[in-house]
Design a protein around this ligand. Structure first.
Ligand code: CAA
Ligand code: FAD
Length: 380
């Protein structure tokens, strides 16, 4: 077993850390307050290759492994989880899904723009009445011969307004249940497609989360991803990898809060000594560091399994379940280590605490991860 990063992986980690420090840190508090999408920074991330790290270079991607991707996700999430969720959706849901399951024409048409940062992608599965219970899709894609007629509403869509390429999951043949679901590529500007209201959120406030509505949108047949009825399998297969991205995001949020708490604990003095010399604070730091390290092992292991071509659905669910719990625990403690200063925006940890919560909800709640894990271990 080798725990050492390769030179290339270390270089990716350093580059992501430098980018986050130099380009994302400035203004992150204002973007959170004003709910402003980091458009310029995400564009730069595309130009630097962070939006398509694993895509084959022949389509404009970085051709990197999943370990490199999680290292970059971790570093960027330490500073700005709103930017990193955009990165995660574009990399592991949209680009990966299209590259793995799309036709050659679809790859050539969409991947170069998604890789360069010219276009951002969105993944549209959830609906007002279908979140965890994802097979109960109400959105319909009726087969009209050379096109589908798409009608319905999607909820909570990340990159909702900033995206221009949307993977939309919809029911074509209700009698076939989940085997009657399709995934369609919808482009912004198609007649009948409207970006609806923006959500006002607890955390990741810089991320633009929108409701989307589709009224008699004519989607050409060539925009269907995979065979007829493959849409639900597409969504589940893609989410297996997406959950590694969100697990890395949770890890980064936790590690970012821990780094701030560690630094502050050495600077802040009470009763004549740094608070890090009070055992209660030192033990908190020890707990935080241990949990983060355990989460890191699960996240890297899931990424490694994916790179090895092994089954990673159980490992990705475990990584997301645990890393998101750690993100919540560690960020709460980081606020505590900062005392009153932790409760104000200037010190960053209150934002990381608010951001941490979403990692237990999206890409499958913690309860859903336990369903995935328990079904997998019981099957064996
Ligand atoms: N990998 C591959 N295939 C899977 C799978 C997985 N992890 N989970 C299920 N499937 C397949 C099953 O094998 C089955 O296919 P067959 O019948 O051909 O064998 C089919 O999908 C249906 O599976 P189930 O019968 O298990 O379906 P279910 O109704 O019991 O639900 C579920 C399973 C795991 C709960 C699923 O509905 C689920 O994952 N729900 C959560 C949805 C989710 O994660 N949404 C995230 C939206 S995207 C997002 O959130 C992005 C973001 O924020 C940034
Ligand atoms: P529900 O499914 O209604 O769940 C409510 C509660 O019941 C949860 O605690 C859940 O765990 C629990 N529960 C439900 N079923 C079970 C069960 N069988 N056993 C035990 N407990 C259960 N979706 C997308 O498709 N694309 C996106 O880009 C996207 N981005 C998002 C961004 C944000 C900021 C948010 C908030 C959500 C986003 N989502 C996105 C949606 C997200 O994936 C769903 O919110 C999530 O899957 C949960 O669905 P729900 O909100 O309908 O909750």
């Amino acid at each position: 077993m080798n725990f050492k990063l390769t030179e290339e992986q270390q270089a990716v980690k350093d580059a992501a850390r430098d980018f986050a420090q130099s380009e994302l840190l400035e203004g992150v508090i204002e973007r959170d307050t004003e709910q402003r999408f980091p458009a310029q920074q995400v564009r730069q991330m595309g130009e630097l290759g962070f939006m398509s790290m694993m895509v084959d270079p022949k389509y404009g991607g970085g051709g990197m492994d999943t370990i490199s991707y999680v290292l970059a996700m971790e570093e960027i999430s330490k500073i700005d989880a709103s930017a990193s969720v955009s990165m995660s959706v574009n990399n592991s849901l949209v680009c990966w899904g299209l590259e793995k399951f799309g036709s050659e024409e679809q790859k050539q048409k969409y991947l170069p723009r998604l890789c360069s940062g010219e276009a951002i992608g969105a993944f549209c599965l959830s609906e007002p009445e279908a979140g965890s219970d994802a097979t109960s899709q109400v959105t319909e894609a009726i087969d009209k011969g050379d096109h589908y007629l798409l009608n319905g509403t999607k909820n909570w869509i990340t990159n909702g307004n900033s995206a221009s390429i949307y993977l939309v999951i919809a029911q074509t043949d209700r009698e076939k249940g989940h085997r009657g679901i399709n995934c369609l590529i919808v482009e912004k500007g198609m007649e009948g497609f409207v970006v609806g209201k923006k959500e006002d959120k607890l955390g990741i406030r810089g991320s633009d989360t929108h409701m989307l509505s589709f009224t008699d949108v004519k989607v050409p047949k060539e925009n269907r991803v995979g065979e007829d009825g493959f849409g639900f399998k597409f969504a589940m297969g893609t989410l297996n990898g997406g959950r590694i991205g969100i697990a890395a995001q949770a890890l980064g949020i936790a590690a970012g809060a821990y780094e701030l708490a560690l630094k502050y604990s050495k600077e802040r003095k009470t009763f004549g000594k740094p608070i890090s010399e009070h055992q209660a604070i030192a033990f908190k730091l020890a707990d935080m560091a241990t949990k983060i390290e355990a989460a890191r092992h699960l996240v890297y292991k899931a990424a490694w399994l994916k790179d090895e071509g092994e089954d990673y659905s159980e490992a990705s669910a475990m990584a997301k379940l645990y890393a998101s719990e750690v993100a919540m625990d560690v960020t709460v403690e980081a606020v505590q280590v900062h005392g009153g200063y932790g409760y104000v925006k200037e010190y960053h940890v209150e934002r990381l605490m608010r951001d941490a919560k979403i990692t237990q909800i999206y890409e499958g709640t913690s309860e859903i991860q336990k369903i995935v894990i328990s079904r997998s271990i019981l099957k064996d």
